[in-house]
Design a protein around this ligand. Structure first.
Ligand SMILES: [Zn+2]
Ligand SMILES: [Zn+2]
Length: 357
């Protein structure tokens, strides 16, 4: 059996390949990939062929926001969301419980670790978490960015009954807005240069959804400013707005990834207010399971964020939308353009793939 894989060879250069089936290593299972969300970080790879200080060593399979069906092992047939970061588990950082900061970690679709934009992959069984029956795969592709939003909330020390601002209304910003509401926090301000993203933020309950240039005239937000501001765009201007709208001694959480590899902000504002700046890194172990639980509570809605669905062969249109920041979340469904081979055992209702057991 072969796998169809989408590899990036350089900026703007994506190609489909037919490759041998991956062989699961120790502790790994085969996964039929059903849905992959395209991320702002994939946009960096696509447009620049790099992200931050990481470049392409060889043609890479992108994709780290993904759901699938286990296709080997005793739980074959189980629908899952997958944690894209594989920490080494042995270094001092991992032993300190900070696996998300492990310097030896592998990450799907980054460096030398191929990601999920392919029909099948092998992934550690321990990093695959069961999905509720009523959560469709395309929505499950949003659980990883939701986990990122939850980690950002943790860093912001958000408390019910306080107020927040979200600067940048791409999918991470919109998930942050929803997670804040679920936590009982008022979103006093959301900003984005794109009108359709501001409209989405307003629909999701942001009290003010403004273009970045309109923030100064519209403030202050609350008597002293908001308690915590989330920078979710990777733009220095958004970070400057965050520092402007947060209260003295407030928290600013940096979630966005900057173009190039440098972030700057007005030091005088940050110093005058004695701000605490938190730099967020992906999510911590356990956050993906929290995202799954939160999604099933009904306190937030993932479906409205999925604005485009493409088969793997439709990668050209999908990445054009990502590059043009059209819509909200673009999802690729690798099984959509070819017949789905039944995982082993599914022909036998009493076999290991029987999900009713
Ligand atoms: Zn991402
Ligand atoms: Zn480690």
């Amino acid at each position: 059996m072969t796998v169809t894989a989408l590899r990036i060879h350089g900026p703007g250069d994506l190609r489909l390949h037919e490759e041998p089936d991956p062989a699961p290593g120790d502790g790994e299972v085969l996964v039929e990939v059903t849905a992959v969300g395209l991320c702002g970080s994939d946009r960096h790879w696509y447009l620049e062929g790099s992200i931050g200080d990481a470049g392409l060593d060889r043609p890479l399979v992108l994709g780290h926001e993904f759901a699938g069906v286990l296709a080997s092992g005793p739980d074959a047939g189980l629908r899952v969301a997958l944690e894209p970061a594989v920490p080494c588990g042995a270094c001092g950082t991992c032993r300190a419980g900070l696996q998300h900061l492990c310097l030896q970690q592998r990450f799907a679709g980054h460096g030398t670790t191929d990601g999920a934009l392919r029909t099948r992959l092998a992934w550690p069984r321990a990093l695959a978490f069961p999905l509720p029956d009523d959560l469709p795969d395309v929505e499950a592709a949003l659980l990883e960015p939701l986990g990122v939003a939850l980690h950002a909330l943790d860093l912001g020390h958000v408390r019910a009954g306080t107020a927040a601002a979200v600067l940048g209304c791409g999918p991470i910003g919109l998930l942050t807005i929803q997670a804040l509401h679920a936590a009982g926090v008022e979103v006093a301000l959301a900003t984005d240069p794109l009108a359709h993203r501001r409209a989405a933020a307003a629909r999701l309950g942001a009290l003010a959804a403004l273009a970045p240039g309109d923030v100064a005239a519209a403030g202050p937000f609350g008597e002293l400013g908001v308690d915590v501001a989330f920078e979710t765009s990777g733009e220095d201007d958004a970070l400057a707005d965050a520092a402007d709208v947060v209260r003295p001694a407030g928290r600013v959480v940096l979630v966005g990834i900057p173009d190039g590899d440098r972030t700057s902000f007005p030091a005088s504002t940050a110093r005058r207010k004695g701000l605490t700046l938190l730099v967020s890194r992906r999510m911590r172990p356990g956050d993906l399971e929290r995202a799954i639980r939160l999604a099933r509570t009904g306190h937030l809605h993932l479906a409205p964020l999925v604005t485009e669905r493409h088969p793997l062969a439709g990668f050209g249109a999908a990445f054009a939308s990502l590059a043009g920041r059209r819509g909200l979340k673009v999802v690729i469904e690798p099984q959509a353009d070819r017949p789905v081979a039944p995982p082993p055992g599914t022909a036998d209702p009493a076999g290991p793939a029987d999900r009713s057991r």
